[in-house]
Design a binder for this molecule. Structure first.
Ligand code: PHE
Length: 353
């Protein structure tokens, strides 16, 4: 038996493996419930007592060696049980970045507009999306029955919206969802003294049939500049600066006479088509120009409505649709994409910031 144990000892000492299966086989062979050691210990019981001492020592040595060997080999295995993880922690592996969201094209363009005008000293002001008749229409020179009110199909919240506000002092003024951000002009002029230089980005609402070109919700940025001696030339130069910053330094602008109840004179502004360099494409409908915004000199009656002295002060205002500019810049062919929150669409603009 002693001889057998010695043989097994050399076998155990020389055993080498880095294979998980083989190491497990080694454990089963020597230390398992029906393993070699179990049999040897059973045989040991039957030995004559004079042999027990030396054989017992040898047998224990074999048992300890086999256990030691098994633990040793197990430790060298690549991390499986988590007990030797630090040995195999590879700090050079790339980090799992996770998924990050991207900015909406409307936000990208809005931020760019704010940034450009802030360089000219314009601050940002906001107003409520739910407006009263005064701020959305009356203060802006839309008389009760003026046909211009038809230009903007309105979502009314109270039926009594068209009743003159303030006719009953206890009655809360009737409201509608604002049809343009020009309502913020009125709020700013009512609350601040000139000089005023502000832009007002925000959501507007019109009761329009939804199509590729039009939506019942969209975003505008309103601009307002009131001071002494503000002229149409200031308006033109401000818009030229904006257009070149926004669409490229070669951009030209064109002002066409137009009509808005709250500006006089009024104009619509086109920029030279930056997609085809004015050569003609289907975006500019082969005219070389694309319409961007409405603008004009603030009507003196509007200044007076807001308690600003129209003899002392003049000013200009303009308003543009953010979706329209985003569609042109990013060549988006359907405004409905902007509101559907399809991540496949939204993801495309993250690198455009
Ligand atoms: N409010 C006008 C619109 O919604 C745009 C505009 C703003 C025109 C300011 C002139 C001055 O179409």
């Amino acid at each position: 038996m002693l001889e057998k144990i010695s043989l097994l000892l050399t076998e155990v000492n020389s055993f080498k493996s880095s294979d998980k299966g083989e190491i497990e086989q080694f454990r089963i062979k020597y230390l398992g419930q029906n393993g070699i050691l179990k049999t040897l210990f059973d045989d040991f019981k039957t030995l004559p007592s004079e042999e027990k001492k030396t054989t017992g020592q040898k047998l224990n040595e074999l048992k300890n060696k086999a256990e030691e060997k098994f633990q040793e080999l197990k430790k060298l295995l690549p991390d499986q049980d988590g007990d030797n993880s630090e040995k195999f922690l590879d700090l050079t592996l790339p980090v799992n970045k996770g998924t990050v969201g991207s900015r909406h094209p409307v936000s990208i363009v809005r931020n760019e507009i704010i940034e450009i005008f802030s360089r000219l000293g314009f601050n940002v002001s906001e107003g409520p999306e739910m407006e009263d008749d005064w701020h959305n229409f009356s203060a802006l020179n839309f008389p009760e029955d003026h046909p211009a009110r038809d230009m903007q199909d309105t979502f009314f919240i109270d039926n009594s919206f068209s009743q003159p506000a303030g006719s009953d002092k206890n009655k809360k003024p009737a409201r509608a969802l604002r049809t343009h951000t020009s309502s913020v002009q009125v709020r700013v002029m009512e609350n601040q003294k000139p000089p005023i230089r502000t832009i007002s980005p925000g959501r507007v609402f019109r009761n329009e049939a939804i199509s590729a070109r039009a939506h019942c919700i969209f975003h505008q940025v309103e601009g307002l500049y009131i001071d002494e001696n503000v002229s149409f030339a200031d308006l033109k130069q401000t818009l030229l600066f904006f257009s070149r910053e926004m669409f490229g330094e070669k951009t030209e602008i064109r002002l066409r006479p137009s009509y808005f109840p709250f500006t006089e004179p009024s104009a619509e502004m086109d920029v030279s088509c930056f997609l085809c360099n004015s050569k003609g494409c289907n975006v500019c409908k082969h005219s070389g120009w694309v319409e961007i915004l409405g603008c004009g000199m603030v009507d003196p009656a509007v200044l007076e409505n807001c308690k600003i002295d129209s003899k002392k002060y003049t000013g200009f205002a303009f308003g543009m649709g953010i979706e329209r500019i985003a569609m042109l810049k990013f060549r988006i062919d359907d405004i409905r994409h902007m509101f559907e929150n399809d991540v496949r669409f939204l993801k495309q603009f993250s690198s455009a910031v």
